[in-house]
Structures are given as structure tokens and as C-alpha cells.
Design a protein around this ligand. Structure first.
Ligand SMILES: Cc1cc2nc3c(=O)[nH]c(=O)nc-3n(C[C@H](O)[C@H](O)[C@H](O)COP(=O)(O)OP(=O)(O)OC[C@H]3O[C@@H](n4cnc5c(N)ncnc54)[C@H](O)[C@@H]3O)c2cc1C
Length: 368
């Protein structure tokens, strides 16, 4: 059934990028729909480590955020990170800025709750977009919701398998531009409950294992590796993680622990190559725009920053009455300046470290 109302903007995807965009447009006076295929809270394969800049960016953008985040339960404050290279001595960092771990199901539901509370936006959940007919306006269809809507502008925040990117840019994820990552929850791990642990092994480069505490004796444990290199490892990624826990350097810490969930895998679309993030009547953000960090694989911060940049740019589009690809090139520029430089730098580091693993220790010492 066609909703005869035409939206100014359809934000497809209500993860961190989509919620940031919706909050950014919440008081714009524009008619906005925030669409997601799932009902929240929903699971999302993730390390559950919320990068500090994700929080500080939201604090700067929205006066209400600090109090709301303070009241968010079940987040776990992290004091330090420990990097262990090839079974060597740990290199420890102590964070000045607060850093938190929290299950993504809870963090993303929290962001959507803020959209409900503070933004004038129609929220359509359990509304999987399975067809977009580009036009003026665009037609957006959902089989499972049995509905269609029209929108003059689309902000694609629909993650790694973005239908927006597929329709407008005909792009597919390549092995060179993705990391494959697996994670599971464990209880009863004998590691410091206030430290994020990173284990880097020469035979699994570029990539690393992690153990991130979530409080209440639960750890998020995982492994990620560049997808083109993962194909050269004899074991399947899920088996690599299980083997590391059973027989790697952490086996004593995991002795007697209990696995609470299956090993769950997904790809991370890493950035650092030049690309286009927009065109006539649309923008891409977060994972849909390949903006995750190539070195560490984090993408929540980049999703939030790009979601906010998209909101600011889209409000300008309507102010200037210009939704064209030419005008949207300004958004590409803001992404290249705001995020792209760091991604390109980290992509070069990732390639260097894969070729010359001994640089890892030097790099870690310099970072310290
Ligand atoms: C195993 C793993 C571990 C990771 N660990 C970390 C970490 O610890 N820290 C970190 O910062 N990053 C981590 N990342 C990366 C991080 O998860 C992503 O970069 C981040 O989620 C990107 O946010 P996003 O809003 O762009 O996309 P998403 O969070 O993927 O949100 C996209 C949303 O779009 C919806 N959607 C998708 N398709 C449709 C459709 N057709 N119709 C309607 N809705 C749709 C989805 O339901 C989803 O809610 C990890 C990734 C993986 C796979």
C-alpha cells in the first residue's frame, strides 16, 4: 500500500549512523522517516567497544546527550587497553577520556529511544526496504511491511549490505575492502574486568583477537582479519577463534569459562580508498559508505560522525533547494576532510604492518 504522504527525507537504517542523522534532522522542520528492517532491541555482531569519539561527538552535538548517557544502565567503563604481540610482554595504555563497552543491542536501542524522545521523525521499524526506484521523488518499497513510501531524498545508513549503495552505486563489497570478524560472549574469564585486551599474532596479520569486558563477569571475545588474507588461513574464521581460546596464550584465562553465545560472524567494510558517498538525491553514511577504520575495525564513531555530517548537509540541500549530485559533492568533501584523511593514514599503516610485522612493536611503543 502506498503512503500518499511524500517524505522530504527517508533515512534507511536506524543503527548509529541513522540515529545520528535522525537526531541531527529532528528539529529541522522537514518531514523525515527513519526506517529499519528490525524491531529494537536487535542483535548486532560487534565487539561492543564504543570508541570515545562516538560519545564526545554526540555530547558536543546534543545538550541532552550527557545526562541521558550518564543514566544509561549496563555500560561498562574501561580504564585501560592492553596489547599483547606474539605472546610478548603486554603494552598497556591508560585512557584519559572515558571509554565504554556495552552490548550493541542496548546501545543502539538507547540511540533510537533518544530519537523517539527528541526528534520529530516518523520511525518505521520491521520495515525492510527491498526495492528503491530512484526518481523525483524516490519510491521505497517494503515487502514485509506490505507498504511503500515516497521521499525526495535518501540518506543510506543501512550498513554493510546497504541496498541504497547497491541501487545508486551498483557496488558490491570486495575482499580487499573488508575485514571478516567473529565474536561470542563468555562468562567466567579470568582477565582484568576493566581492561580491553588485544592479541596480535604474526600468523593472523593483518588482524587481531580481542577480549572486551562488559561487566557482570561477561566478556565479548572475538577475532577479525582482512577478508582477502582470511582466505589463506587453513581454518575457518569461527574455528580460529575457538582454537585461540582453547589452546592459545589465553587458554588459562578461559579455563572453566562458559560460552554464552554462538560464534557470530559478519564483515566490516573498511575505508581508506577514494570513493564517492553521494549522487542525485542521496547520501551514504557509516558502513554503507565503507567508513570503518582499516587498522582497528571500529566504525561506530565514523557512523555517528558521518550521520551528523549527512544531517547538516541535507538540511542545507533543502534550504538551498538543491538536491543535485553537484551540490552533494560538498558532503563528499566534508567526509574526506572529517574522516577520510584518518582512514587513508590507517590504511597505509595496515598495509605496512602486514608486510613488516616487526613494526608492530615500534608502532605500539610510539603510540604509547
Ligand atoms: C564482529 C564485529 C565487531 C565489531 N566491533 C566493533 C567495535 O567494537 N567497535 C566499533 O566501533 N565498531 C565495531 N564494528 C563495526 C561496527 O559494528 C560498524 O562499523 C557500525 O555498526 C556501523 O554503523 P552503521 O549505523 O553504519 O551500520 P549498522 O550498525 O549496521 O546499522 C545499519 C542498520 O540498517 C538496518 N538495515 C540494513 N538493511 C536494511 C534494509 N534493507 N531496510 C531497512 N533497514 C535496513 C539494519 O537493521 C541496521 O539496524 C564491528 C563489526 C563487526 C562485524
Amino acid at each position: 500500500m502506498l503512503d500518499t504522504n511524500i517524505y522530504d527525507i527517508a533515512i534507511i537504517g536506524a543503527g548509529p549512523a541513522g540515529c545520528a542523522a535522525a537526531l541531527g534532522l529532528g528539529k529541522s522542520g522537514l518531514k523525515v522517516a527513519l526506517i529499519d528492517k528490525d524491531r529494537f532491541p536487535r542483535e548486532k555482531a560487534c565487539g561492543d567497544a564504543i570508541p570515545g569519539p562516538a560519545i564526545s561527538t554526540l555530547e558536543k552535538a546534543f545538550p541532552f546527550f550527557q545526562d541521558e548517557f550518564f543514566n544509561l544502565k549496563k555500560k561498562h567503563r574501561i580504564r585501560s587497553s592492553s596489547i599483547i604481540l606474539n605472546n610478548g610482554r603486554p603494552i598497556d595504555y591508560y585512557w584519559k577520556l572515558p571509554a565504554y563497552n556495552i552490548k550493541r543491542s542496548l546501545f543502539d536501542a538507547f540511540l533510537l529511544k533518544l530519537v523517539r524522545k527528541y526528534a520529530s521523525v516518523d520511525i518505521l521499524t520491521e520495515w525492510a526496504v527491498n526495492e528503491i526506484n530512484p526518481g523525483t521523488p524516490h519510491l521505497i518499497k517494503s515487502k514485509n511491511a506490505g507498504k511503500s513510501i515516497k521521499a525526495k531524498f535518501i540518506i543510506g545508513c543501512d550498513g554493510v549490505n546497504s541496498i541504497t549503495a547497491k541501487v545508486f552505486q551498483q557496488t558490491a563489497n570486495s575482499k580487499q575492502q573488508t575485514v571478516f570478524a567473529v565474536r561470542a560472549y563468555y562468562k567466567g574469564v579470568k582477565l582484568d574486568p576493566d581492561t580491553n585486551f588485544f592479541y596480535i599474532l604474526k600468523k593472523y596479520l593483518p588482524g587481531y583477537f580481542w577480549a572486551f569486558p562488559l561487566g557482570n563477569d561477561v566478556f565479548n571475545v572475538g577475532f577479525g582479519m582482512k577478508t582477502d588474507r582470511a582466505g589463506k588461513v587453513p581454518l575457518k574464521m569461527k574455528e580460529v577463534l575457538s582454537e585461540f581460546i582453547r589452546s592459545g596464550q589465553v587458554k588459562d584465562a578461559f579455563a572453566g569459562s562458559q560460552q554464552l553465545s554462538e560464534n557470530s560472524g559478519a564483515i566490516i567494510p573498511i575505508g581508506g580508498k577514494h570513493g564517492s558517498y553521494s549522487g542525485d538525491g542521496y547520501l551514504l553514511t557509516g558502513d554503507a559508505a565503507h567508513l570503518a577504520d582499516p587498522l582497528q575495525g571500529h566504525g561506530i564513531d565514523k557512523a555517528i560522525v558521518s550521520g551528523l555530517l549527512a544531517a547538516r548537509h541535507t538540511a542545507n540541500c533543502f534550504k538551498e533547494d538543491d538536491l543535485s549530485a553537484d551540490f552533494n559533492a560538498n558532503y563528499d568533501l566534508s567526509i574526506k576532510i572529517g574522516i577520510g584523511r584518518e582512514l587513508r593514514k590507517n590504511r597505509r599503516k595496515q598495509l605496512m604492518l602486514a608486510m613488516f610485522p616487526f613494526l608492530l612493536r615500534i608502532y605500539a611503543m610510539l603510540r604509547k
